[in-house]
Design a binder for this molecule. Sequence first.
Ligand code: 5GP
Length: 195
Amino acid sequence: MKRGRLIIFSAPSGCGKGTMLAQILKNENYRCSISATTRQPREGEKNGINYYFMTREEFEKNINDNKFLEYAEYCHNYYGTLLSEVDDYLEKGTDVILEIEVQGALKVMRIRKDAVSVFIAPPSIDELRRRLKKRGTETESVIEERVSQAEREISQAKNYDYIIVNDVLENAVDDFFAVMRAEKLKAEFSDDIIK
Ligand code: 5GP
């Protein structure tokens, strides 16, 4: 059985990452790791489906018990990838997507050299602000905080293997599958064909 690929998938808030992921995950070979977070659930979010929602104390206990592949603080909350969400699935041949922000992504790139990293960029900052407002889940000040956060994140996009601009959803999803298709043909992952 060929090991699955670990995929780092980062996008500033409001880049349409949720809709892109929903399309990608229709393909059975992909699984999105469920992260732990200390942020409050948004309307409709469920524990164990969208996130594992934790108190700061619970989260810090998991840090001390080395349960995380990576974690980071983002907009005053902790977010982290539990190891239990990653390696078992990779072993079974499933491709595991980590939907994580830039600091966590940079950590994973350092410790998992075989991970493929993809940054999803908005067509422009104005379009990003418009999308965040349209979503209507955050207050004006949180939106502005997220827009400045997005600008900082976009400045780190050059550290990723690939950058996909999410202007038209279908094209962005196609680009993602094109990246994965090429990645799987890389000689270094073909040792089962050519010894
Ligand atoms: P949101 O609050 O909008 O769900 O997520 C805020 C940010 O946290 C997003 O950029 C998202 O990618 C990131 N994030 C979600 N889970 C994780 C995680 O496990 N680790 C890290 N480092 N970032 C995460």
